[in-house]
Design a protein around this ligand. Sequence first.
Ligand code: ARG
Length: 468
Amino acid sequence: MSEKPWGGRFSQKTDQSVEHFTSSIDIDRRLYPYDIQGSLAHCKMLAKTGIISQSEAAELVEGLGKVKRELDHNQFVFDDSLEDIHMHIEARLLQLAGKVAQKLHTARSRNDQVALDVRLFLRDAAGRIIIQLVELRKMIVEMAKKHLEIMMPGYTHLQKAQPVLFSHHLMAYYEMFTRDWERFNSCFERINIMPLGAAALAGTTYPVDRHYTAKLLDFPKIAANSMDAVADRDFIVEFLACASICMIHFSRLSEELIIWSSAEFNFIELSDAFSTGSSIMPQKKNPDIPELVRGKAGRVFGDLVSMLTMLKGLPLAYNRDMQEDKQPLFNTVDILSDCLNIYLQMLPEIKINKEQMNAAVSIGFLNATDLADYLVIKGLPFREAHACVGKAVGYALTNNKELHQLSIKELKQFSRLINDDVFDHLTVENMINRRTSQGGTATKTVLEAIKKAMIELKGHDLKAIQIR
Ligand code: ARG
């Protein structure tokens, strides 16, 4: 068993069950590239400020390179007694580089080290998610542009309400994912802060140059308060909250894809490559991908709640509870990037049943509001018009007809203001294209939204490059 770096004041060796219980190596080994990146920068800063010599720094850099190679090639031996990735790397560095390794931890504590590693990890992960979100938004806009002529029922309470363009429905998701993109970008700024130099909690007596370390690691800012630097995990909470909201959007879209691909709706068909079958019912083609995305949303919300609960009421500064931050964070990063990935592959493969969607608009009284509006144009107050049309709907229902299938004579029973021009007023195209209010479903308005989105996305591509 290895000697503990903190073993000096202890007379008994740590119980094995404690080593097992406190070890986080199975989870935090994933941080190794960031731990080494951080150590390299720290070591260069120590040399620049004269805290260690240039030749010592060179030995450390070489040794860290060797450790990294072992980790990269799965030749590294892990051991519970070394607790976490930070101690594993330091212990191996001691074996490979000799005594000089004991100088690496000068002016540093595992508390600021782990805060740095998690920030470096999350900066990468959030950057990738931001880029994937731009891709997803592009794909949605492309679909909206391609299917501009498809009409479909718009729903409230999952009851047919008014006709909309399928593209308008898609562009609603564009807006949601755009807000997600904005949230992740804003969160990114609060992740991108350099904590090193805070040491255990109070700062350090060595003449460190924190701005130099920040520069080496490409951080625009250093943490302003050493206690906050080691105690703060709200950047993780914020990321998990952004991810949770994004998963709400994914699960709503998934739910719609599931409903739309049912025999009852038959609005879309998922490709065979992105569906699965049943082991007992040969006819089945199941929408497992959207179902799993919908299901995984729950796990992401769980990660947010466990992070909030873990942090709540912790005294300043570092507490070991905080070691529990990594599992929910890694879990959410993986789920969200997987969902984004699979959607990017699945969406372009979806077949849209245009005829079925268009046909669904002419059944179910989606023109009732427009008939009321027609009467308003002819001079009736809206409430009165509403009551008139209500009666007409009742009549049509008992006669098994739609409003537009009633004869002009039948319609006139409900208001003498109704004339032949009513049928033109009630065509689906006209109903849609009259809704020209800003953000409405008229073809012209939706086209404007699409154009605006395309310009927006060009700008976001540039931003994505900056983040990389
Ligand atoms: N494994 C620990 C964590 O993830 C590293 C920091 C340990 N600090 C300490 N004072 N025990 O939080």
